[in-house]
Each structure stands twice: as C-alpha cells, then as structure tokens.
Design a binder for this molecule. Structure first.
Ligand SMILES: [Zn+2]
Length: 240
C-alpha cells in the first residue's frame, strides 16, 4: 500500500470517502471528487448508515439518490447498515478497516471532528474512528468542511471547483429527500463555496475547503528540490 500521497503521479489512485449519512459526501466534497474522477482516480464513497431514520421514510431512496449523484461526480457507493445515532467507534473502525483492506486507498476523506454540541453525533463518532484507522494504517487523511457550525474547523487546503460547480449543485440536487434542509439550499451551497474563495483572496470562483490531518513527503522530494536548485545555481554561476 502507498503510504503517502504523490500529487505528481497521475496513475490510477483511489480515494475512499467515509461518511455517516448519504449526502454528507456531496455537500463538502462533490466538486473535489468530480475533479479526481476526471483525473483518473477511482472514487469510492462509503456510507455508514442506510438512511432509515432520516427525514425520508422510504428506505432505499437514499441509495437511489446516492447512485444518481455518483453518476454525476464519477463515484461508486458502498452502503452499510449501522444504526443511526447509535453506532460505536468500534463498529466504524471495523467497517473502515475492511474497506481499506479491499480498496487500498491512497487517500481517505471524512468528517472534520466536531464537538457534539455543534455537529451531528454520528459525524463526530465517524471522524474519531476514521482518524484512528487512518493514523494506524499510515494513510493520508483529509477532513472536509462541516455543512454548518464551522467552529474548530481549520482549513489548510482548498480545491478550486469552479469548473465543476454545476456538477456539485446537480449532485446535491439528487438528494430530493433532503431538499428541505437549510444547508441543502442552492444559495447556501454557492455562498459557502464562494466564502472559501474569498478566504483565499479570490473575488470569483468556487472552492471546497479541507483540513489535511496528516501529510508527509519522502526524501526523494528534497533530492528533487536540491537537484533543481543545483541546476539554477550552476546556470547562474556560468552566467547562462
Ligand atoms: Zn450527516
């Protein structure tokens, strides 16, 4: 398994997202996942619960909605049936370890850890458990922005999703059973995406924000820099 993320290698890579509920993945990351898919990444979205306790009473609807969203952003879905508002970190760790064993992801994306009073209890449990597994298995991990209550979220990595903003909106629109929620409204989605652009000093465009939990470079990174510096120094020295 690759234990660091090589942004310069465009070979087949796998990103595994692990979220508590279907729709958690598209709100913060649909644009980024779509760009990854277009760049040849294998995009897998693991959903811990099947939506039977959500606002939609029709079991199976969330699966269909997720599949429709997946077609737009180029992702495949895997549903698990942990009990909403009642699953344990141990249960998530088991599911995550099994999925990692099957898919060998180069990158994992999950919820940002949030104190329970601000976020959904399931998001917090998922974040803690997935962080635990990714750390032990030495897999790069990104936390995505919470849909509301951004307290304690400290983004340090931003993806320009301007070219795929319509796909993000369309993917979110697939979740018709959740359409009445405030943070699912089109203006809220665009405003938050534009907010991240403004954080970066861009007047226009749309971005998604992540907090990179763990990332490292190996020695070859510094060798490459040293070699390129050497060339520059040599050229200067020779007056070229
Ligand atoms: Zn959720």
């Amino acid at each position: 398994m690759n234990n660091h993320l090589d942004y310069n290698n465009f070979g087949q890579r796998t990103v595994l997202t692990i979220y508590a509920h279907a729709d958690d993945e598209v709100l913060p990351a649909a644009g980024t996942l779509s760009l990854m898919s277009k760049a040849g990444w294998n995009v897998l979205c693991l959903i811990l619960t099947d939506g039977s306790l959500s606002s939609s009473s029709i079991k199976g609807t969330r699966h269909q909605e997720a599949d429709a969203a997946g077609k737009i952003i180029g992702a495949n879905y895997e549903f698990h049936a942990l009990e909403e508002c009642n699953f344990s970190t141990q249960a998530v760790i088991k599911v995550a370890e099994e999925a990692i064993g099957r898919w060998h992801p180069d990158l994992i994306i999950t919820h940002a850890p949030q104190p329970e009073k601000y976020g959904h209890r399931d998001h917090e449990v998922c974040a803690i458990a997935v962080s635990n597994v990714a750390t032990r298995k030495n897999i790069p991990l990104w936390y995505s922005a919470p849909p509301v209550f951004l307290r304690d979220f400290e983004p340090n990595f931003f993806v320009d999703i301007t070219s795929v903003i319509q796909e993000k909106v369309a993917a979110i629109g697939c979740y018709e059973s959740e359409a009445n929620k405030a943070f699912m409204q089109l203006d809220a989605i665009l405003i938050l995406s534009r907010f991240w652009a403004r954080e970066l000093g861009h007047k226009d465009g749309y971005f998604e924000a992540f907090e990179i939990s763990r990332q490292w470079v190996d020695a070859s990174f510094f060798t490459a820099i040293a070699n390129s510096n050497k060339q520059v120094i040599k050229q200067d020295w020779l007056g070229i």
